[in-house]
Design a protein around this ligand. Structure first.
Ligand code: AMP
Length: 493
């Protein structure tokens, strides 16, 4: 049973204990708990003096940094919420998100100075601050005051579609953290987490930054995972034990090691999430990095993690593990009927870590939330031991002559081809069949293959209507900040 349900109280209590203990590794040195608490207090004082009020929102457009975390804790202490926006999301979506979030002000850093006039033009005060101090008051504006329970608002587009705002409460985030810690039963107080995934993404924020703050364990903050060699040096120097990563980061580390980069002996485990982990990357990571990779599954609306393998010794190939105790799930048909165990269908979830609605979007809320349940739009099944397998995405379905094709199934088939590094599949409109399957393929370095060869391969493995009609070879995929493939940027021609 938790004594408090506010993040700021728990984090400040942790920092008040053993203030001289090293806590945050930033730019090659350790900050003590006391030094970090001082930064939180500085931020709090500045925000209070700037007239930031309970129930208001403050947008942070900056890389992972002590100031990002300290400002978040200060905002919570004042009863507000932070809106963590990906500062690389491009001017149009960024402004749209800022206006939708109705923020008191936006804080950014020197690397984004050119955004300031554009944001200010929309009437949103925007200040440029340093990444390790907040030593001046910030201009703000009146904005609506909502309840104090929301801690963070994330903007997400999942893998497809329009961005949506997910308000996560203190309880949602704390229950997800407790759920993860209790589930994997391998984290301990001496662990050092790598906080290198963008904190504008819920997985990066919760598993890389917030979990260690709440559990009073150390973290190494990196503004970026690139170049990968520097991250590997940081892992070694800060003696990182737990790396939270998306599959692209794991592939980058494997590549770096195969080119001669040294692996830190401190690393104990990699937690992979956010996207499908290709089996060959997982195998190569275990071999070359010498640590197990635990692939989990989650989404923003569930505060990040929904399922994880329960331990290093309980990983089933192709599965994303078992459900955290704070989450319940049902597999339902498209018509809403609950399907028996073993059947494939839409994954619905509910629980204390799951959001209750989208922020200021009643239409989308009505579409995805019903009777306390949330429709993940992921197609999945459970085996008899409760292990979860993801099959595809309901909104990533291609209709070929009336047949349903899950893009992920075709991608999985192509990814298994020995010459294919990575594949992404979309539907392309056609007057007769409705849609046809088009695949984008990145070949392994130095390899050659023809479209015909890959199509023949698919014909052996897939029903005829699932076989791609068009294959386009590309050198790389368009990706989001956390490395997910952005399919809407793939050409339908
Ligand atoms: P987001 O809310 O932007 O983090 O996106 C969540 C979506 O990412 C989920 O609904 C899944 O479709 C996908 N996803 C997350 N983890 C995995 C995984 N391990 N394997 C495949 N897809 C995943």
């Amino acid at each position: 049973m938790r004594l408090s349900s506010r993040l700021d109280i728990i984090i400040r209590d942790n920092l008040n204990r053993l203030p001289a203990e090293p806590f945050i590794w930033w730019q090659k040195t350790w900050w003590s708990r006391g030094a970090f608490l001082e930064l939180i207090e500085e931020c709090e004082e500045r925000l209070r003096a700037s007239n930031f009020k309970k129930g208001q929102r403050l947008a942070l457009l900056m890389p992972n940094s002590p100031v990002l975390l300290a400002t978040a804790v200060a905002v919570w202490r004042l009863g507000g919420a932070v809106v963590l926006i990906d500062f690389r999301s491009g001017y149009v979506p960024l402004i749209r998100q800022l206006c939708h979030a109705d923020v008191f002000a936006a804080l950014t850093y020197r690397g984004c100075e050119d955004l300031v006039p554009l944001i200010s033009e929309e009437g949103i005060p925007c200040s440029v601050i340093s990444l390790d101090t907040l030593d001046e008051n910030i201009p703000g504006r009146p904005c609506a005051e909502e309840g104090e329970e929301t801690a963070v608002i994330f903007y997400t587009s999942g893998t497809t579609g329009e961005p949506k705002a997910v308000p996560l409460t203190h309880d949602n985030l704390l229950d997800c953290i407790e759920g993860c810690v209790e589930h994997i039963d391998m984290l301990n107080e001496d662990d050092v987490f790598l906080n290198a995934l963008p904190n504008s993404n819920v997985f990066g924020f919760l598993c890389g930054a917030l979990l260690p703050l709440v559990k009073a364990t150390r973290q190494a903050i990196l503004t970026s995972f690139m170049p990968v060699e520097s991250s590997m040096d940081a892992i070694k120097n800060a003696e990182v034990t737990i790396v939270t990563a998306v599959p692209t980061m794991i592939a980058l580390m494997v590549g770096a090691v195969s080119r001669g980069a040294a692996v830190s002996s401190s690393m104990r485990c990699i937690l992979s999430g956010g996207d499908r982990l290709p089996a060959d990357i997982s195998k190569r990571a275990a071999g070359l990095l010498g640590v197990p990779v635990l692939q989990g599954y989650g989404l923003t609306e569930a505060s990040s993690v929904v399922a994880l393998p329960p331990s290093i010794n309980a990983v089933k190939p192709g599965s994303v593990g078992t459900l955290l105790s704070c989450v319940e799930a049902e597999i339902r048909s498209d018509e809403g009927e609950v399907l028996p165990q073993g059947r494939e269908g839409r994954l619905w979830i509910r629980g204390s870590s799951v959001a209750k609605c989208y922020f200021r979007n009643p239409e989308l809320t009505a579409e995805r939330f019903a009777d306390g349940w949330f429709d993940t739009c992921d197609i999945a099944r459970f085996d008899e031991e409760g292990y979860l397998y993801l099959v595809g995405r309901a909104c990533d379905v291609i209709f070929v002559g009336g047949f349903k094709v899950y893009a992920r199934e075709v991608e999985k088939t192509l990814n298994e081809h020995p010459l294919v590094h990575e594949a992404a599949v979309i539907g392309v409109p056609r007057s007769i069949s409705g849609e046809i399957v088009k695949a984008f393929v990145v070949l392994k370095k130095g390899e050659r293959a023809s479209a015909k060869e890959l199509i023949e391969y698919c014909k052996k493995k897939l029903s005829y209507y699932k076989v791609p009609r068009i294959i386009e070879f590309v050198t790389e995929m368009p990706r989001s900040a956390i490395g997910e493939i952005v399919k809407r940027k793939l050409s339908k021609d």
